[in-house]
Design a protein around this ligand. Structure first.
Ligand code: URA
Length: 283
């Protein structure tokens, strides 16, 4: 079946990938097609054994079968299974190979996160931007410079340091939304298990959620930041402080003072001197 450019663009937009045979299909691949009854294998199907995520992806690529007559096979994006029991290396590989949503199609790099795997502090942002997508590291653009300055102001760093001084920085999304558009609910949902697992592995003593989408994802709340900040929430039992996103602070420097108060509140919580407030949603 032939597809017009417009149809292809629409299918891509709603997250449907089309399988098309490579121009240089090898005879071995054609043999594989025969072995599967001539049925083409979806290029990036779900990995049933997450511990072997990378190997499976490679194998799938190697054995992708090209039918004799070009036909389009629709493969939907599929969630990675078994994330909740992954260790760090397997989790990293699963993120690298993830095709669970449409964002995998435009990314240059996945952005896993950075910092001490046993950090006392975990910072959760929203999604990679252009620089992060290029470099594969969170918060490396202008907002990242502000974040680093904010962290330095309370004695923290993303560079090598003991767990009490080095943060772990992660995002709710591991891939860049095209043109830095807002994350879509289905993208947040598909990516959420990775963040949950990162929190479980780091076991931070405090989480700082920065910005609307981090808060929506972690606290399941669509309340504005202004209403959620200033008190202690909980995420899987871990105290969580809500604050403004550094990119927002660049546009609204008047709120930097409030962000500073939020960091001080987080310091107090760690020092055991904050009242704790009314614990909020625990996801
Ligand atoms: N904004 C975020 O929320 N995360 C990044 O990594 C970069 C910008």
């Amino acid at each position: 079946m032939g597809w017009t450019e417009r149809q292809l663009a629409m299918l891509r937009e709603i997250g449907i990938r089309l399988w098309v045979p490579p121009a240089d299909a090898q005879p071995a691949a054609l043999d594989a097609a025969t072995a599967t009854g001539g049925q083409a294998l979806p290029k990036n199907r779900a990995r049933p054994d997450p511990a072997r995520a990378g190997a499976t992806t490679r194998r799938a690529r190697e054995t992708t079968a090209a039918p004799a007559t070009p036909t389009a096979v629709v493969a939907t994006h599929q969630r990675v299974a078994g994330v909740e029991s992954m260790d760090w290396p397997v989790l990293r590989e699963a993120v690298e190979n993830c095709t669970a949503c449409r964002l995998c199609e435009g990314r240059r790099n996945t952005v896993f996160g950075v910092g001490n795997e046993h950090a006392h502090w975990m910072i959760v942002g929203e999604a990679p931007g252009e620089q992060e997508d290029l470099q594969g590291e969170p918060f490396v653009g202008k907002a990242g410079q502000l974040l680093d300055n904010m962290l330095r102001a309370i004695g923290l760093t993303r560079e090598n340091a003991p767990p009490e001084r080095q943060v772990f920085i992660a995002n709710t999304l591991k891939c860049r939304p095209p043109g830095n558009r807002n994350p879509q609910p289905d993208e947040l949902a598909q990516c959420e298990p990775f963040l949950i697992r990162q929190v479980a592995l780091v076991q931070p003593r405090i989480i700082v959620a920065m910005g609307r989408f981090a808060v929506q994802s972690l606290l399941r709340s669509s309340d504005p930041i202004g209403r959620l900040r200033g008190r202690v929430h909980r995420y899987h039992g871990v105290p969580l402080i809500v604050t403004y996103h550094p990119a927002y602070l660049l546009r609204n420097p008047v709120d930097k003072a409030r962000a500073w108060e939020d960091l001080c509140l987080a310091l107090d919580v760690l020092a055991g001197t904050a009242g704790g407030g009314e614990p909020s949603t625990s996801a």
